[in-house]
Design a protein. Sequence first.
Length: 267
Amino acid sequence: MRRRKPPQDDFHNKERWLISYADFITLLFAFFVVMYSVSSVNEGKYKVLSNTLTGVFNAPERSVVPITVGEQQVVGGRTESDAVIAPVVTEAPSNSPTPVSSSAPDSAGRSRALQELAGQLGQEFSQLIETGVISLNADDEWLQLNLPNSLLFGSGDAEPHYDSFAVMEKIAGVLRDTDNAIRIEGFTDNQSIRSGRFPSNWELSAARASVLVRMLVMEGIDPARLAAVGYGEHQPVARNDTDEGRRRNRRVVLLISRDASIRGAIR
């Protein structure tokens, strides 16, 4: 009697587990790819988002109606509630010596203090200054720190690089305990951008300056000391018909004033 062959269907059924196993491995691979992509956090976006949310939820309540302190008095044909409220200054008796503020040194003293700041920044960025990446200039009234955009931002973008946070931390560490006014100026080359976010180089340069202002505030610098200005392509320091010239024009400049008032420092 001949030996019976096993049915053909039974032979195929033994191999069907391979299909399910392959599907499982594929899904497992996709799962780990998604988990890896979710775990990659952009440090720049995270810090900016964190600071924004903190400012929103910790912001004090604001009153639309002006708060009147004391009785209303007529000042120049209008009530005090309509006038600008100024702090009350008590006049010292005539026989008392006029107090002299020791917190406001003379111009010479502030100029010396500005030179000391220049020396501190020079030490912090000595390697980058020696290699020509950063330039530092100072006179009796202004300290100018020139930073290339490539050190801080991506091409055509105002999102800070990860390394830019270390740069701004060093700058804030030198300026945090001073009262000098700080003006941050953004510049671009003459290449048009015209993106949905930045219609022109004006918006791009202003956004980059504003981002650095926010980073300094995050590092403890008083916002009242800061100002952000965008010049776009209209204040070049080199010709825009060469790659090297355009690279030099793409920059952010930190101007540190000898004075404490930011409005008085802007000329």
